[in-house]
Design a protein around this ligand. Structure first.
Ligand code: PLP
Length: 357
């Protein structure tokens, strides 16, 4: 069997969820959209269900997958519905629903709903992606109440720059949210992972941690609370071939690496078809047989090469960690010019294996 796999540490996932809730001093919806950022939504949700106040996903398809697996906890649809016809399923499966646009509000007013809905009313506090304009916010709230179709309303917004520790935007967004919700008495929710980790004095009855659950930092710089996270995924494989090259020999497609010393090259069963980023350059850290070394040459579809010159004990069959507890996914992502969110989501073909039930 091909040795490439992603090991998912559910114990670490629970640790990170509890840390989120402890730091926030609030209820926390575990964000498991996009198949739990590549970690397997059903398995992750089942592992968290005893602890979790609820879950959040991007669409009803993802929510129904959780319900079909027996998850009874609240599940929030972060973009609400895409078509009004989803409303009956939303009511039937007791899903919580974001309203981010006036067309959704009108759909709720017009659509027969046989059970009262739980609505999270989203304000555009400055990100300018989705969310109601502040001038429409109060009226939308009143219309939802007047529709008679709503059991509860939570007031929410989303940060655009909370991962930038010194940007003033987050405080401006909080101020915009405070102004817009004045006079409304309802619970509120603002913070994503960077909000939970770095913006402690933000009003929050509910927080919505995503990336931090999976143990990756949303920050480009070191941050004290983020250092307490435990990586959940270990992407691993093995050495499948070893060769010795003299000085001046190229390795891989396009000869992007040429040996400048006698070099021992190891080939790893892992490539961009598995989701390992093709843009990771020579020098990207990799751990072989417990020792830190580096990627050399271009990543190909099913294989990549590593420098074993300083790891003489490594041979065919030696274990390789591409990212995990020794090499952080955020470091690999940074090398490849992307973010850990994306390298997790890009994972494919690699079987997921779970430990720490
Ligand atoms: C994805 C998402 C989150 C989680 O964000 P992280 O940065 O991964 O913590 C929170 N809220 C909303 C609305 C989202 O879409």
């Amino acid at each position: 069997m091909r040795p490439a796999r992603a090991l998912i540490d559910l114990q670490a996932l629970r640790h990170n969820y509890r840390l989120a809730r402890e730091l926030a001093g609030a209820k926390a919806l575990a964000v498991v959209k996009a198949d739990a950022y590549g970690h397997g939504a059903v398995r992750c949700a089942l592992a968290l269900e005893a602890d979790a106040d609820g879950f959040a996903v991007a669409c009803i398809e993802e929510a129904l997958e959780l319900r079909a697996a027996g998850i009874k906890a609240p599940v929030l649809l972060l973009e609400g519905f895409f078509e009004a016809s989803e409303l009956s399923l939303i009511a039937e499966h007791d899903l919580w629903c974001v309203v981010h646009s006036l067309w959704q509000l009108e759909a709720i007013e017009q659509h027969p709903v046989h059970k009262p809905l739980n609505i999270w009313l989203k304000l555009d506090s400055g990100m300018h992606r989705v969310g109601l304009h502040p001038k429409d916010y109060h009226e939308a709230y009143q219309r939802l109440l007047a529709s008679g179709k709503v059991a509860r309303i939570v007031l929410m917004s989303h940060f655009s720059r909370a991962d930038e520790l010194d940007a003033a935007t987050t405080e401006q967004q909080v101020a915009a949210f405070e102004a817009a919700r004045q006079g409304l008495t309802a619970e509120c929710s603002l913070r994503n992972s960077p909000g939970v980790l770095a913006w402690p004095n933000t009003p929050s009855d509910w927080v919505r941690p995503g990336i931090m659950l999976y143990g990756a930092s949303p920050f480009e710089v070191e941050q004290a609370q983020a250092a307490r996270l435990q990586p959940v995924m270990t992407l691993q494989s093995r050495i499948i071939s070893v060769r010795e090259l003299p000085v001046g020999e190229p390795v891989g497609y396009g000869a992007r690496f040429t040996s400048t010393r006698p070099t021992r090259v190891g080939v790893v069963a892992m490539g961009y078809a598995d989701g390992y980023p093709r843009h990771a350059p020579s020098g990207t850290p990799v751990v072989v047989a417990g020792k830190r070394t580096q990627l050399i040459g271009r990543v190909s579809m099913d294989m990549l090469c590593v420098d074993l010159t300083e790891v003489p004990e490594a041979t065919v069959g030696s274990p390789v960690e591409l990212w995990g507890k020794q090499v952080l996914a955020s470091d690999v992502a940074q090398q490849a010019g992307t973010i850990p969110y994306q390298i997790f989501c890009n994972l494919r073909r690699v079987p997921l294996e779970y430990e720490g039930q």
